[in-house]
Design a protein around this ligand. Structure first.
Ligand SMILES: Cc1ncc(COP(=O)(O)O)c(C=O)c1O
Length: 397
């Protein structure tokens, strides 16, 4: 495990982040985190460039910087540049992958209890329109995907269209064993689509170690990038097995009046138009994470979240997190007050948190019969003093 940041290092990271102020405690990094000043600068500079010289001219002037965003994301994931596609958010990236995978009536889409709402609805739509079956692999005794049940579900690989997994679910503190799932999907030869929305920027990622064929990510959460950014990793070797569902004249070349040819690599999943300012901001955010060291960020987040869980339990809150490996997302309920009331009271004291919503994780909510929970998500910018202050504020409610 990498060394956590020292207090002095945390202060330096906070000083470079305009939202880290004494009068605000932000524990909503799993919703949308606080970008560093360099991220903001990259966005604002480009917006000014567009406004003063024209959007297309500004694009021509920043081709190398845009390309660098792809390179940085590839470095973050242990991937190649041509395996990265740009998107506006994780759901767009996940959907582009999902709807490109061939599905035959009767085939199974294998997933887990902790699926994110957007992905679950897409699967239901695939069941309704393509005749596939949804197979939800149950959680094991500690709450992570039951690997023995997954292996059994992959017994007849021809009957399976894909395996989809939320690496870090939207609530519950869990880190699913993605690499163990990848080992099973690789052995079965079944496409593996990994939702890494809450993992990018929080966990060390190597797509070859995991063995996923697709990985979707967002910019605004643990990467501390701009809202409205995301990306998709597409393994080179899966390209000839999948077909993008919504090509345009950027993802494919219009070669003759009646023909088109997909671009090589992950570009075939992209659309032409996007926010150049945001994409440059995302590149700056990834570079901040790479410079700090994702291994150290991971250690720092896990430690702070562990302290937060202990602090919450100590004041009588019930912590609902699962799994062996746990992340920066902490979910808990107050013994007497509803979570939305607790959230509002904390907001009055300038403490940002969120409340879980059944539509984001219905399968998990129904399985565990969960009431809406307070979600407090820590990052490497979170200090020990902030954790103490939040716990004492909660104790006084
Ligand atoms: C696990 C998970 N997957 C996917 C998403 C969707 O991300 P986005 O809103 O960037 O599309 C979220 C958002 O909270 C999430 O928590």
């Amino acid at each position: 495990m990498a060394a956590p940041f020292t207090d002095a290092e945390i202060e330096t990271i906070r000083a470079a982040t305009p939202g880290c102020r004494d009068e605000l405690i932000h524990l909503n990094h799993a919703g949308s985190s606080l970008p560093a000043q360099t991220v903001l600068d990259a966005q604002i500079e480009h917006l000014q460039r567009e406004a003063t010289i024209g959007g297309y001219e500004a694009a021509a002037a920043t081709a190398a910087e845009r390309e660098q965003t792809y390179e940085s994301i590839a470095a973050l994931l242990g991937a190649k540049r041509n395996e990265i596609a740009r998107f506006e958010h994780a759901t767009a990236a996940w959907s582009a992958a999902f709807w490109s995978i061939p599905m035959q009536p009767g085939q199974a889409i294998i997933t887990h209890d902790h699926d994110y709402g957007a992905n679950a609805v897409a699967m239901l739509h695939a069941a309704a329109t393509r005749g596939v079956r949804i197979v939800r692999v149950p959680s094991d005794a500690v709450g992570q995907i039951d690997l023995a049940a997954l292996a059994a579900a992959l017994d007849d690989p021809d009957g399976v269209a894909l395996v989809s997994l939320a690496w870090i679910p939207t609530n519950g503190g869990l880190v699913n064993p993605a690499a163990a799932v990848g080992a099973l999907t690789r052995a079965a030869g079944v496409p593996f689509l990994l939702d890494a929305c809450q993992a990018v920027g929080q966990l060390v990622i190597d797509v070859d170690t995991i063995g996923c064929d697709f990985l979707s990510g967002t910019g605004r959460k643990y990467l501390r990038g701009p809202r409205g950014t995301g990306f998709l990793y597409v393994r080179e070797s899966i390209l000839d097995r999948v077909v993008p569902s919504h090509p345009d004249h950027h993802s494919a070349e219009w070669t003759t009046l009646d023909t088109y040819t997909f671009e090589p690599g992950a570009t075939r999943f992209e659309y032409w138009e996007f926010s150049h300012a945001n994409w440059l901001g995302l590149g700056a955010a990834v570079d901040v994470a790479l410079d700090l060291g994702v291994d150290r960020i991971q250690t720092a987040i896990a430690r702070r979240a562990k302290d937060l869980r202990a602090g919450l339990s100590g004041i009588g809150m019930e912590v609902h997190d699962e799994g062996i490996a746990r992340c920066g997302i902490v979910t808990a309920t107050h013994p007497t007050l509803a979570s939305d009331v607790v959230q509002a009271r904390l907001a009055e004291q300038r403490i940002n948190t969120s409340v879980t919503h059944v539509g984001s994780s219905r399968a998990d909510v129904e399985r565990r019969d969960l009431a809406p929970m307070l979600r407090l998500s820590a990052h490497c910018t979170t200090t020990a003093a902030e954790v103490d202050h939040v716990c004492s504020t909660l104790a006084e409610l």
